[in-house]
Design a protein around this ligand. Structure first.
Ligand SMILES: NC(=O)CC[C@H](N)C(=O)O
Length: 331
């Protein structure tokens, strides 16, 4: 059962108050970007939205802004699908299919598949790698694979999310680049299935609808190395969650991951719908009553106005500010 302590004590009220004022401040930066339009359904989002939820291991939850708006996971699903496939096949088998090296290229880039033989995708956080991983999800048919991913995710967020079929359909009809990537992988022997089937799985996983609260809970469980603090149960292997966090840090923010690691400094994963999942491990130093979430926390952000790279404009700035104010960096 999930403990959900809303901001109760004076101390929590102050933290939530600070969070609200930071969200109000960074909302103005939503103007610096635009909603993704290459997936037509995503263009309907309200670009001025910005919301956040932070959850700690004792259930302390603080939130601010437009934190209740549902949105699709998009690339954030890549973390969950990689965890799910690794949990099923084991890490060494998955590493035969996909590497764990950053590219510095755009998330949907095709260039390295041809430049580097034999065409093995560089990492599971870029589209090529994630399409490959989608084929490795447990199950034979696309619906079995999606079902196993949804069940896996429901263990983490304590509810079974739905697929937003409007977003899925919209992307299915316009997924020219992803289709090209899938055909390329197929030719190279790195697609475990047929192009249309695996593309359906991949695009449905991107269309899973969630809330900032769900992202915060995912981030929290990753921060605790796979331990679910509300169910008091280890639900993911430590080794696996550590690999996932390393991938988030090195590849999670697309081709801005290096800058994000240098200037924000926490494992995070973004999606083009404007979500950001961030995982803040328990504090190893600067243990002080004056800084919140000493035992770690998960952060979920939604801000659909994205920059050229594909990251939430205001979301990244808000996260950077919080990490600085509350000394959350892992470095
Ligand atoms: N960066 C993203 O969030 C990309 C996900 C999107 N569904 C795509 O494949 O293009």
């Amino acid at each position: 059962m999930q403990l959900s302590k809303s901001a109760g004590t004076d101390y929590q009220i102050k933290n939530e108050h600070d969070l609200k004022s930071w969200v109000d401040n960074y909302k103005t930066y939503t103007k610096n970007g635009h909603c993704a339009s290459y997936i037509p359904a995503l263009a309907q989002a309200n670009p001025s939205h910005l919301g956040i939820v932070i959850v700690g291991p004792d259930g302390t939850t603080i939130r601010a802004g437009d934190s209740e708006i549902p949105f699709t996971m998009q690339s954030i699903s890549k973390v969950i699908s990689f965890l799910c496939a690794c949990q099923y096949h084991g890490i060494s088998r998955m590493l035969e299919w996909v590497d764990v090296e950053p590219t510095g290229d755009a998330f949907n880039s095709i260039v390295r598949l041809e430049m580097n033989k034999p065409g093995k995708p560089f990492n599971p956080m870029i589209n090529a790698g994630a399409i490959n991983v989608a084929g490795m999800l447990p199950g034979k048919t696309p619906s079995e694979k999606i079902d196993s991913l949804l069940s896996f995710l429901s263990e983490i967020i304590d509810r079974k999310p739905e697929i937003n079929m409007e977003v899925f359909q919209s992307e299915w009809e316009t997924a020219y680049r992803n289709r090209a990537l899938a055909f390329y992988l197929k030719e190279m022997g790195y697609l475990n299935g047929e192009v249309d089937d695996i593309l359906e799985v991949y695009l449905k996983q991107c269309s899973i609808e969630i809330h900032t609260k769900d992202l915060a809970q995912m981030g929290l469980i990753l921060a605790l190395d796979g331990y679910h603090p509300f169910r008091k149960k280890q639900i993911l292997s430590k080794e696996l969650t550590r690999i996932a966090k390393a991938l988030m840090l090195t590849c999670g923010m697309y081709n801005a991951s290096g800058k994000f690691a240098a200037f924000v400094g926490v494992p995070a994963k973004s999606g083009v719908s404007g979500g950001i999942l961030a995982s803040i491990p328990p504090r190893g130093r600067n243990l002080t009553e004056n800084l919140p979430f000493n035992q770690g926390c998960g952060i979920g952000i939604y801000g659909p106005s994205i920059d050229d790279v594909g990251n939430s404009t205001a979301g990244v700035m808000l996260l950077q500010h919080i990490v600085k104010e509350w000394d959350f960096t892992i470095f």
